[in-house]
Design a protein around this ligand. Structure first.
Ligand code: DC
Length: 229
């Protein structure tokens, strides 16, 4: 049997349900799920750890880049699962999916030299075969030739409720209104930046996840892809 090789680009705003949809879709297709938001979070986390404030010192973040080897590698013994590694060390999501990182990550992701640095690191995942890559600019910049492109959305209320329910990613004393405001601010920053802003590729299919379970969304995406093959 010939190995299958294609890319599925999944973009959309914060807490739209795209991460879970992409992860479940990867399992259904037998492909690899790649979360590019985690790569930006890892950089934000590592900068903070190095004592750099990425919001006021973006040039210091750029200076740190040559010392970092950031990549996804296949988890030993788990054929379909990837691990994000920084300089050979596996990063745990609890480390970088924190309110402190969330507060600065959009500013980090708007640094043009960093986005340039990310290009090859994200594109090289293509070697894996079937790749379901999730982010903001996958269909527009990283894989404009992707065989499938989806732009996942949900209403602001639904997105705030989902993010609020994700423990660990919001401050312990956060209110629903504060989470909604934080999401709106981040989407705004992601949408207005000069390089690779958040927007659907012209040939992306828009998918609204309001009122649909994560499994329903993943089933729908998998059925759509199988129909087109
Ligand atoms: O998907 P997320 O919320 O974990 O992403 C974290 C931040 O990284 C978010 O502010 C948008 C940014 N990002 C980006 O600019 N481009 C990507 N491909 C993925 C994420």
């Amino acid at each position: 049997m010939t190995e299958q090789h294609y890319q599925v680009a999944i973009d959309g705003p914060a807490a739209s349900g795209k991460s879970t949809a992409a992860r479940l879709l990867a399992a259904r297709l037998g492909g690899y799920y790649v979360n590019t938001g985690d790569m930006y979070r890892a950089v934000a986390w590592a900068a903070l750890k190095a004592g750099v404030d990425p919001v006021t010192q973006p040039e210091k973040v750029i200076e740190l880049l040559p010392g970092w080897d950031l990549r996804y590698r296949v988890q030993p013994g788990q054929k379909q699962t990837l691990q994000l590694c920084l300089n050979g060390q596996v990063l745990q999501p609890e480390e970088f999916r924190t309110p402190e990182v969330t507060a600065v990550v959009s500013q980090v992701a708007s640094i043009p030299a960093l986005r340039e640095w990310m290009l090859d690191r994200q594109r090289e995942c293509d070697r894996l075969g079937i790749v379901i890559m999730e982010g903001r600019d996958i269909g527009t910049v990283i894989f404009p030739q992707a065989r499938f492109k989806f732009f996942i959305t949900a209403s602001p209320e639904e997105r705030a409720r989902r993010r609020f329910a994700q423990r660990g990613e919001v401050a312990a004393d956060a209110t629903l209104a504060a989470v909604a405001a934080e999401i709106a601010a981040r989407d705004h920053l992601d949408s207005i930046r000069a390089v690779a802003p958040l927007r659907p590729a012209p040939d992306a299919l828009l998918v609204n996840t309001d009122g649909r379970t994560q499994d329903e969304v993943a089933d729908w995406l998998a059925a759509y892809i199988r129909e087109q093959q």
